[in-house]
Design a protein around this ligand. Sequence first.
Ligand code: TMP
Length: 196
Amino acid sequence: MKILSFEGIEGVGKSTQINLLKDFLEKNKYTVEVLREPGSTLTGENIRNILLDKGSDISDKTELLLMFAARSELISKKINSLSCDYLLLDRFFDASLAYQGYGRNLPLSLIKDLISFTDCPMPELTILIDISVEEAFARKINDQKDRIESSGIEFFNNVRNGYLEIAKNNVNRFLVIDGTLSINEIHNAIIKKLNT
Ligand code: TMP
């Protein structure tokens, strides 16, 4: 099973690209599963509600631990027993490095330990769709913001720069795509990478 993870700040178009790629792969007779983080298990979806609810008054450390609690459930209850050709992940452990590490300033070494502790499989490819925080905010102007989305421009600049740094340190695993390209251009760049 090939695992592909999709990353980026809110509003970059991850879900659109995941759906397009799923359709493309299925048309080519591959079996595909899509899972999202945090979530995609019963407990994971409950944890997601706590994490995104604006009424949740949780500390940054609790946020990190809840992300990994949801991830641990996803890995042990779903990912480990899948047998499809492709697993498309709407976010994975790089999101914890970017959001909780670079965004919330929690220690990257601790997050890396949690990645090992929860036995996170390594994605074959991680697709980072990158846009400026201003552009991302403009795309979401009419949306109701959840707890994490309400974290402000400085937080999201740190998250975006964190993602770019992670990609720079893992050039063999990452494909960074300019999120201001058209939906089709981004889709074609992903397919081109899969065919190489
Ligand atoms: P989304 O799936 O709608 O993007 O919502 C998930 C939110 O959770 C999003 O703001 C990113 C955030 N997140 C983290 O902060 N750390 C993580 O490890 C993951 C998977 C998501």
